[in-house]
Design a protein around this ligand. Structure first.
Ligand code: HEC
Ligand code: HEC
Length: 422
């Protein structure tokens, strides 16, 4: 047995809600009021009725999540890419699978993933149960041939045979494996951040700079248009898909969309396109085939965002300062750029305050990790930063010197003289 390290700081799902409710009833004088934003009701709402959690199921899921035998060459487990010491991310630009194969997308955290309305940057999996099988079978991630091969391998380990019998009352099978892993992920809830206490009325939970950052987040910075936060869904995301101009850094959308738009791929083929090919940059279009979804990706939640560097679906932005620089200059112009993206005219100190308030989205249990990462990012972010374009941000120049050809004015779907996707 080689697990147990994570259980000490993660509440099992069945207890988390009760604890939060109990805290909200009577708060003792002195210390700041506890966070109540991730309520028991919210957790129940996002827990599927056909996969109720239990301590034994979460423990089995934890074992599977950490087990390298789920990969073809026994070198890779979920927790290698989703490393609990790095906020359940990989700290690499994109995923590194078996035999040094490098994928196209950045590894998101699994913290609070249970609250996602769909999984993956393009939402191609509807549930955590569906998602869990995909990296195991993706050839350049964990590389197993099919579900039968996985089951044969795990069913040969007596410890698992006993655990599956205890939890599900039947022999090892692929669906139950996914159920157990999903139950483990649903126990990785992360709330209790300074921003939660601030929104409950504790002014001192944020510094003056962070309070200023919060007003920029909801005002001049226009962040809350997509990274929406409200009492019933407190995760800083609208769970929709937007093209904010990241894919436009390096992509010929016209060629890609024409290719991808013509085929009729199976879910497994879409998974391979997303992880292994340049068509990855088409984002939500791979799933929806809507032209307006070209280059659109899911708005990520921003809880614990300090820990999840590097940023964006391709890990192309190294620090939170780079992220704000990107938004400040109005993104990267392309025919499918979201209407909510325009230049912001933020000053250098406003950029600092916006970064600072995102630090206040860190839950208390990760505060020391986040402090180290903020120090690293501060040292790392250079002046002048390569992502910064102050003239564009302040409207002192027209056009943004972007990488894609100018769209046809009459039909913006015409790029470089060709119609993108049918
Ligand atoms: C090779 C590294 C790697 C391994 C191994 C891996 N993942 Fe991931 N994971 C990723 C990447 C990269 C993405 C994003 C892919 C995409 O969006 O197309 C991802 C996405 C996810 C998501 C979606 C989160 C969200 O916010 O949409 C979940 C949940 C997840 N992985 C769980 C798992 C589980 C469970 C396992 C083990 C069965 C696993 N991962 C194995 C790299 C990895
Ligand atoms: C039009 C919607 C929209 C607006 C407005 C917006 N974002 Fe985003 N944000 C997104 C989407 C979509 C992504 C993922 C884009 C991608 O990877 O291609 C993202 C990614 C991010 C990330 C990276 C998170 C990670 O885990 O990689 C951060 C940080 C972020 N946004 C912060 C902000 C801030 C701060 C603002 C305001 C200055 C803002 N966003 C405005 C939609 C938006």
């Amino acid at each position: 047995m080689k697990r147990a390290s994570k259980t000490s700081f993660c509440l099992p799902v069945v207890f988390a809600g009760q604890l939060l409710l109990a805290q909200s009833v009577s708060s003792p004088p002195g210390p700041p009021p506890p966070a109540i934003s991730i309520t028991k009701e919210l957790i129940e709402f996002f827990t599927p009725k056909d996969n109720p959690p239990s301590d034994a199921k979460v423990k089995l899921g934890d074992m599977l999540f950490d087990d390298k035998r789920l990969s073809a060459d026994n070198t890779l487990a979920c927790n290698v890419c989703h490393d609990p010491r790095a906020g359940f991310t990989a700290r690499t630009e994109t995923g590194h699978g078996i035999r040094d194969q490098v994928g196209k997308r950045n590894t998101p955290t699994i913290l609070n993933a249970m609250f996602n309305r769909s999984q993956f940057w393009d939402g191609r999996a509807a549930s955590l149960e569906e998602q869990a099988k995909m990296p195991i079978l993706n050839p350049i991630e964990m590389g197993m041939k099919d579900g039968d091969e996985v089951v044969a391998k795990i069913a040969a380990i007596p410890e698992y045979v006993a655990a599956f019998q205890q939890v599900f009352g039947r022999p090892v099978n692929f669906d139950d494996m996914a159920r157990a892993i999903a139950a483990f992920e649903r126990a990785r809830i992360s709330g209790d951040a300074p921003i939660d206490r601030f929104l409950r009325g504790d002014e001192n939970a944020l510094t003056a700079a962070q309070r200023h950052g919060w007003s920029l987040f909801n005002g001049k910075g226009r962040c809350n248009g997509c990274h929406a936060f409200n009492a019933s869904y407190p995760f800083f995301t609208d769970q929709r898909f937007h093209n904010v101009g990241i894919a436009a850094h390096k992509t010929d959308f016209a060629d890609l969309a024409t290719l991808a738009g013509r085929s009729n791929p199976t879910p497994a083929e879409i998974d391979r396109m997303a992880i292994e090919t340049n068509a990855s940059e088409l984002g939500r279009f791979l799933v929806s085939k809507n032209r307006s979804d070209i280059g659109a990706f899911k708005t990520p939640g921003l809880r614990d965002v300090v820990l999840t560097s590097p940023y964006m679906h391709d890990g192309s932005l190294a620090t939170l300062w780079d992220v704000i620089d990107h938004y400040n200059k109005g993104g990267e112009i392309n025919p499918f750029l979201d209407g909510g993206i325009e230049r912001l005219g933020l000053s250098e100190s406003e950029i600092d305050d916006l970064v600072d308030v995102m630090n206040a989205f860190t839950s208390d249990k990760y505060a020391s990790q986040a402090a180290m990462e903020m120090t690293r990012q501060k040292t790392f972010q250079r002046t002048p930063r390569s992502t910064r374009d102050t003239d564009a941000a302040l409207g002192r120049k027209m056009g943004h010197g972007d990488a894609v050809p100018d769209p046809d004015k009459k039909d913006p779907a015409f790029i470089g003289g060709r119609l993108v996707a049918q």
